[in-house]
Design a protein around this ligand. Structure first.
Ligand SMILES: Cc1cc2nc3c(=O)[nH]c(=O)nc-3n(C[C@H](O)[C@H](O)[C@H](O)COP(=O)(O)OP(=O)(O)OC[C@H]3O[C@@H](n4cnc5c(N)ncnc54)[C@H](O)[C@@H]3O)c2cc1C
Length: 428
């Protein structure tokens, strides 16, 4: 039997969602020898928008145009929220570093540092967010200035209706027209898919045909909105070429999952992180972990069974919630799936959800998760860290409801920054 030698590293990051990607990036930038392991997480469902904080308190649905002021209020009202354990300046530094990496990977984001912006969603509602992919940014300005705008929908594309958006916006944005067209060379298809359309538009043949079809409906519109399908690995070039051919500003509207902007993020990280020296085990998972004092962690990883072991001084656990696989709900309790760490949760399953599905306070199950100390180390008995060098980041943390608070990516990036910083501070 062949014996596979363990791969040695400083830090293993478990998870390839937003928090795992951010933690890996920060660790690699700080000169650590990093291994990252994970399957596709929620990130391929994500809209691509980077929310910092949009809503607090959730029950009052109070919206914050200034996310930093919102955070100050949140930390005051909810001192156990993960944001309360990260210095504001560290969040700013981490966010800037994260966005600079994406910019270098050809996935630029736009934002106003001190405030949130409003963006149109595929539901027709306007949402407050912070960082916006450059392919969506002209839509922020079009919405603000109510420019004359043509919205395009494609026959066969489910979950995106330009007519619904225009209907919802009709009192706010009178100069919003719609057109329903076929995607080039997919005429007569009963169903078309965004990823396939995005890959097709990377070829100039499709862009030429699409531009002709859109121009036929332009009638003087200054700007054109369409679902997020403008390429995957080269969305900047696809968008500018298409805009030039059509002769109008062009913007994407974030849509329903699975999402092309989420795929762009995944691909940008998978291209860029190995260039920083990261050993990435994509589409693999950690099956078991053991820990020995003085030797650190030994992790067994593979696709369907253990194929490789990793010996690591420290671990950042960014394994997400129920969709990502970091948490699992059995009949009467919620478990952490890898280390069997204690989960902060209601004493009784009956209290996981409130009676009304749409209860404005949200549901307690959405705030369950890992309890951590100020160094983001999961706590066990007597509120002591379970391991000195195990850190947690992202949506697996307790005391946050990122969907309702509109803070998903911000929380992932901020806590990843803090977790890596803590590893370094504790001698990693
Ligand atoms: C539909 C949808 C829309 C969203 N829209 C927005 C938005 O508009 N704005 C915004 O800011 N955020 C948005 N997000 C949220 C954002 O994507 C999440 O905050 C983020 O994905 C949570 O990140 P995470 O890394 O903590 O967890 P996840 O993304 O769930 O990642 C968990 C990772 O852990 C891995 N994992 C789990 N167990 C193991 C194991 N044993 N071994 C190895 N790997 C393991 C998984 O494979 C996965 O890679 C959206 C998310 C969804 C689902």
């Amino acid at each position: 039997m062949s014996v596979i030698r363990p791969l040695k590293c400083d830090l293993t990051v478990i998870g390839t969602g937003m928090a795992g990607m951010a933690a890996t990036l920060f660790a690699a930038h700080r000169g650590l020898n990093v291994v990252q392991v994970g399957r596709s997480g929620e990130v391929i469902f994500a809209s691509g928008l980077l929310d910092l904080l949009g809503v607090h308190p959730v029950a009052a649905k109070k919206m914050w145009h200034n996310p930093w002021a919102g955070m100050r209020a949140l930390v005051r009202d909810c001192p156990r929220h993960p944001y309360a354990r990260v210095q504001t300046n560290d969040i700013k530094v981490g966010l800037k570093e994260f966005l600079a990496f994406l910019d270098g990977a050809g996935l630029a984001y736009h934002r106003h540092v001190g405030r949130n912006v409003e963006i149109l969603t595929s539901m027709g509602t306007a949402k407050l967010t912070h960082g916006v992919p450059e392919t969506m940014w002209p839509g922020v300005e079009a919405l603000k200035e109510k420019k004359s705008c043509l919205l395009i929908e494609f026959r066969g594309l489910k979950g995106f209706s330009a007519r619904q958006i225009a209907q919802v916006q009709k009192d706010r944005w009178p100069d919003l027209r719609t057109a329903r067209i076929d995607f080039p060379e997919m005429e007569g298809f009963s169903e078309v898919y965004t990823e396939r359309m995005a890959r097709a538009l990377e070829s100039s043949r499709y862009r030429r045909k699409l531009a002709v079809a859109v121009k036929a409906h332009l009638s003087g519109a200054k700007t054109v909105g369409l679902p997020a399908v403008m390429g995957i690995s080269n969305s900047r070039q696809v968008a500018s070429d298409l805009a030039e051919r059509i002769g109008a500003d062009l913007f994407e509207i974030p849509g329903m999952p699975p999402s092309v902007p989420g795929l762009r993020l995944k691909e940008a990280f998978e291209r860029g992180l190995p260039l920083l020296g990261v050993t990435l085990f994509s589409q693999k998972q950690v099956f078991d972990v053991s820990h020995k004092k003085g030797r650190g962690f030994v992790l067994g990883i593979g696709r369907a069974e253990v194929e490789q072991t990793i010996q690591s001084k420290g671990v950042v656990l960014a394994s997400g919630r129920f969709i990502g696989g970091g948490l699992y709900a059995d009949r009467d309790r919620i478990r952490e799936t890898l280390f069997n760490l204690p989960i902060n949760q209601p004493a009784d399953r009956h209290d996981w959800h409130r009676k009304g599905f749409l209860d404005s306070r949200g549901h307690p199950i959405n705030s369950t998760g890992l309890e951590v100390d100020d160094l983001f180390r999961p706590l066990g008995k007597k509120n002591r860290p379970v391991f000195e060098a195990l850190f947690a980041a992202g949506s697996i943390l307790a005391h946050q409801d990122w969907i309702r608070m509109k803070c998903g990516s911000g929380l992932a990036i901020a806590t990843a920054f803090a977790a890596v910083d803590a590893f370094l501070k504790t001698g990693g």
